[in-house]
Each structure stands twice: as C-alpha cells, then as structure tokens.
Design a protein around this ligand. Structure first.
Ligand SMILES: *Cc1c(COP(=O)(O)O)cnc(C)c1O
Length: 329
C-alpha cells in the first residue's frame, strides 16, 4: 500500500540546493583540481577533464554531502549529534565533518570492519558502535540509536542535503572548464550521480549524463530500463563503494529524468584504470573511484571528439590492497 503523506514529505533537492551547499562547504571542503592527460585523451579520442575527488578531505567526495548535511541541521539537533551506518567513505567523511563543526558523531560499523577503518573513524573523534553484519539490521540499530539520543540519522545517499552536497563537485568542474558534452560519474546508491545531474542540467544544458556501475551490480542500469527501483542481492566487486543492492528513492526521482545511460565495467577494467592513474598520472584512485574513467577509457561509452567530464570519486585504498590488485599484472 502506498502512503500518500510519505511521498509528499519526500524532499527532492534542486540545483538551488546545490548552490546553497556550495556556500555552506566553501572553506571546509577542498576545491579539488581538474586534471588532464594527453595520453588519456589519446586512448579515448576525446578531451577528458578528471575531477580529482581522490584528493578531497577524508579521501572522497563523500565529505561534501556529509559536511552539507550537518551544516543544514538546526541548532538543537546539532547538540544531539549525528548517526551514520557505514563501513566505508561515508562513515569517515561524516565523522570528520562532524568534528570540524563541533558536533558529536556515532558510527555504526560491522564488528569485523578493517581495523584501519575503525581506527580512522575513531581518530576523527567519532564513537563507534559495532553490529554483526550477518545477524543484525544496521538501519534498525541506527534508527533506534538516533531516536534514543534525538540525533539526526544521516544516510549515505538517500538524503536531500547529501545529494545537494555531492552535486558541488560537478558544479566546480563545469565552472572551471566550461560547458561539456558529457559527464561520466560512478554510481552506487546514486548520491553523486543525482547531485551531478542537477549541476550538469543547470550549467551545461544538453550535456549527456552517464552513470557507471560495476558489472556485477547493475541494479541502477536495470532500474533505469524498467522505470522503477530494482533490488538485487549484495553484489561482489572490488568497487566496494558501489556494492549497493538498490539506489535511493530521492536519487531515482532525479536520475530517471536526467540520466541518458548507465553502463558497466568489469573489475579487471577497474584495475587497468588504477594502474593507468598510478603510472601515468601519478595519483592513487580507489577501485570505485575508477568506475567512470574505466568506462571511458575502455570504450564502454561513445565519446569520440567530445569534451568529457569524469568524476574520480575517491582514493581510499590501503597499499596492501593496492599491491594485491596490481601485483598480478
Ligand atoms: C560512495 C562512493 C561512490 C558511490 O556514490 P553514491 O552516492 O552511493 O552513488 C563512488 N565512489 C566512491 C569512492 C564512494 O565512496
């Protein structure tokens, strides 16, 4: 049964919200560089602009949405703190953004999360509460925790201020290089792609907007084709930031009207892209961060002769994993 009041209360952000986010995060988030490479242009036969969010604070674009969502809270909810469930980049971004704004943060993480991630989250001053990923429902735990403390639950992608904050990366990119023919963006739950689509539609009308998923988890591609959100089992891919089972409701509301196509890449193509960035461009990009670039450089998208914006979404990969992935070839 549909609940009409629930759908009415759903706030879908617009480009105005991205502009507001830009003001809120300025001075806190880095304005990351836009990189170019003649070698990459030669491979793609196009002019590529890489927005280097691997150099963002806490190592990924997630800082933008997290910082914006906390800055948007009213004074009384700020006092009660924020709660997030994530073992990945959102947890660290939210913990860091909360610390910078003097807000307490609780992060709900699986007890078997890598020590390095737990340590990083605690290092930003957050309280970590563990759950069992095989038996517990982390969303339920987080909701109870937030309700008990009067804290704001900030989910990783299905939230208007998170989406608006993520949209500031594409906004900066287009401001810097001018209009582009195509914008290519990694897709997990759809926060980055939805926010980017708002910016591209407003600042570069006619720009084709393309999402890229791991081949093993193409729920977004299926959703766009079917015209409704498709749920899939937990996918298996080295793109750990994009192994979601479904995209968000607010995200889909934006994507269904703005995105031209969603394509997929294999794990092997992601590793190729990681190697290219390390060897040729001297930067570390995590597997998920390579999704868009891998699609362009492996010809999954027809972009010859075009001006193409590419979001490099993050750089958080420890050296042991980096070596393991690249060592074999
Ligand atoms: C979270 C994440 C994504 C996916 O972003 P969504 O907003 O969930 O679509 C892509 N790349 C990196 C590095 C991430 O951390």
């Amino acid at each position: 049964m549909t609940n009409p009041s629930a759908s009415i209360s759903l706030r879908i952000p617009t480009f105005d919200d991205v502009r507001i986010a830009q003001t809120r995060i300025s001075g806190a988030a880095h304005r990351t560089p836009v990189l170019t490479s003649r070698t990459a242009d030669g491979i793609a036969k196009a002019t590529l602009f890489f927005k280097a969010e691997n150099m963002q604070r806490a190592g990924a674009f997630k800082f933008r949405g997290a910082y914006n969502a906390i800055a948007a809270l009213d004074a009384s909810s700020r006092q009660n703190g924020v709660v997030a469930y994530s073992s990945g980049n959102h947890a660290q971004a939210l913990a860091y953004a909360a610390k910078l704004q003097g807000v307490s943060a609780v992060i709900v993480m699986p007890w078997d999360a890598p020590d390095i991630k737990v340590a990083a989250t605690k290092g930003y001053g957050a309280e970590v509460i563990f759950y069992d990923r095989y038996t517990d429902d982390r969303e339920e735990i987080s909701r109870r925790l937030a309700a008990g403390r009067g804290a704001a639950l900030i989910p990783p992608y299905d939230h208007p201020d998170v989406i608006a904050g993520q949209g500031t990366a594409a906004l900066e990119l287009i401001e810097e290089v001018g209009e582009i023919d195509m914008l290519v963006v990694p897709l997990g739950g759809g926060g980055l792609l939805a926010g980017s689509a708002l910016s591209a539609a407003a600042l570069s009308p006619g720009c084709a907007i393309v999402g890229v998923e791991p081949e093993a988890g193409n729920d977004g591609q299926q959703s766009l084709r079917k015209g409704e959100i498709v749920h899939i089992p937990v996918p298996k891919s080295i793109a750990d930031g994009a192994i979601v089972t479904h995209i968000g409701v607010r995200n889909f509301a934006i994507l269904k009207d703005t995105v031209d196509q969603i394509v997929t890449v294999t794990d092997a193509q992601l590793v190729d892209a990681m190697r290219f960035f390390a060897e040729r461009m001297k930067i570390i990009v995590e597997p998920t961060g390579c999704l868009a670039a891998a699609a362009v450089m492996h010809g999954a998208i027809a972009c010859a002769g075009k001006r193409v914006g590419i979001l490099l979404s993050g750089g958080n990969v420890d050296l042991k994993t980096f070596n393991m992935l690249l060592g074999s070839g």
